[in-house]
Write a protein that binds this ligand. Structure first.
Ligand code: GLA
Length: 387
């Protein structure tokens, strides 16, 4: 669906008049998983697919929401903008974002008509929801001329996810969607929000995303359970070293104190987080010094830790990663995103990409009965105005 067609669709639904268009991407995380809500490092990049938001301010006090992906439409009055709709309704994502403007005292002087179109595969763990939130935030900020910074918009997207989707997520997805840049990954400190855009120049190597087509569902409660386990670990470590979050303890300090954590599961969860933060720092260094082999080893170790300590992989992700690692020319392979289904990310040498897609696809399907999808990632630009 190109931009001209999107405009035509908008006119079909809402009639003739001025339209502004915005786009915000999905993301793939290269390493640093389940570290963001622990104040740790992440290393995601924005993708070239994402969500378009077309918008027109109106003269009536209503917000109308339509999508080209989902049939359901909503029409809400200005005083209904801070109340979540029924769980599972897609409008909760843009609505939850608009609610943040209202809650922060930014006055919406009129209503608006909004049309969304997304090309991030749903449930693939590539942040379709963050791209929906950030495209909304960027659009509302611009058409109502609120002049908020992009980072403020990113924070609003995260709040929408907490309050309107019930997922206590960290900031990685919304940050990548809002702040990403072409051919760069974002090395982000999720505690301070200091970040560095690191050029991704992979000579002769591609980033290949493998969608297991086994939908991940963050609201399933497992995600929030992990967040709670990390908080429990912090509480148990506190009497021995005062920390506010797991990022405040180094790997060596953690190893010396880990036996203070009584519950074995909680101990393993914390072990994943603390080791993953360390791996992320090492991986960025490796990439900067051109040591892709080591970067790949760290990706592999990240997956194994998410599988064994954090237990967020599951059969489909593990199978795809196992099959990927059998292919000559694969430098590293891991799950990406929240887990429990969704996608893998692999670094694959150019001349191995075709056989990767063919063989991983075939073997994965034989073993799981599910047909996967593959995309060679193009690193795109964070949320922006298109027209
Ligand atoms: C989901 C969340 C992110 C992050 C990842 C795991 O994508 O939305 O905040 O926690 O899982 O790294």
């Amino acid at each position: 669906m190109n931009v001209e067609n999107l405009k035509l669709e908008f006119v079909k639904i809402y009639g003739e008049g001025e339209i502004a268009g915005y786009f915000s991407p999905g993301r793939v995380n290269l390493i640093g998983e389940h570290t963001d809500y622990n104040g740790g490092y992440v290393f995601p990049c924005a993708l070239s697919f994402g969500t378009y938001c077309l918008v027109r301010k109106t003269n009536n006090p209503m917000f109308r929401f339509a999508s080209l992906n989902v049939k359901n439409r909503e029409e809400l009055s200005l005083d209904e903008l801070t109340t979540p709709l029924k769980k599972g309704n897609w409008v909760n994502y843009p609505l939850g974002t608009i609610a943040q403007f209202v809650k922060q005292g930014y006055e919406l002087s009129s209503g608006a008509d909004l049309l969304f179109y997304g090309n991030v595969p749903n449930g693939a763990g590539l942040s379709s929801s963050a791209s929906l939130e950030i495209s909304t935030a960027v659009a509302i900020n611009d058409v109502f001329n609120f002049q908020l910074s992009q980072v403020e918009l990113v924070k609003m997207g995260q709040k929408a996810e907490h309050e309107f989707a019930g997922v206590n997520c960290g900031i990685m997805d919304q940050f990548a969607s809002g702040m990403g840049d072409i051919d760069h990954a974002i090395f982000l400190n999720c505690d301070t929000l200091d970040y560095e855009l690191v050029p991704i120049k992979l000579d002769g190597v591609k980033i290949v995303i493998g969608n297991t087509n086994s939908p991940h569902s963050l609201s399933s409660g497992k995600y929030n359970e992990r967040v709670a386990e990390c908080h429990a670990a912090v509480e148990e470590l506190k009497p021995y070293k005062f920390i506010n979050q797991l990022a405040d303890i180094s790997y060596d300090e953690f190893r010396a104190l880990e036996n203070k954590i009584e519950n074995e599961t909680v101990r393993r969860r914390a072990h994943h987080v603390v080791s993953e933060i360390e791996r992320t720092v090492k991986a960025v260094d490796a990439l900067k010094s051109g040591n892709l082999e080591y970067f790949g080893e760290l990706m592999n170790a990240s997956h194994d830790s998410l599988r064994d300590d954090y237990e967020v992989t599951g059969n489909e992700l593990d199978t795809m990663v196992e099959e990927a690692r059998k292919i000559d020319g694969v430098i590293g392979s891991r799950m990406t995103g929240g887990g429990f289904g969704g996608s893998t990310v692999s670094l694959v040498k150019d001349d191995a990409v075709d056989s990767f897609i063919e063989n991983v696809g075939k073997n994965y399907e034989t073993r799981t009965g599910i047909k996967p999808g593959f995309y060679v990632a193009e690193i795109g630009k964070g949320g922006h105005k298109v027209f």
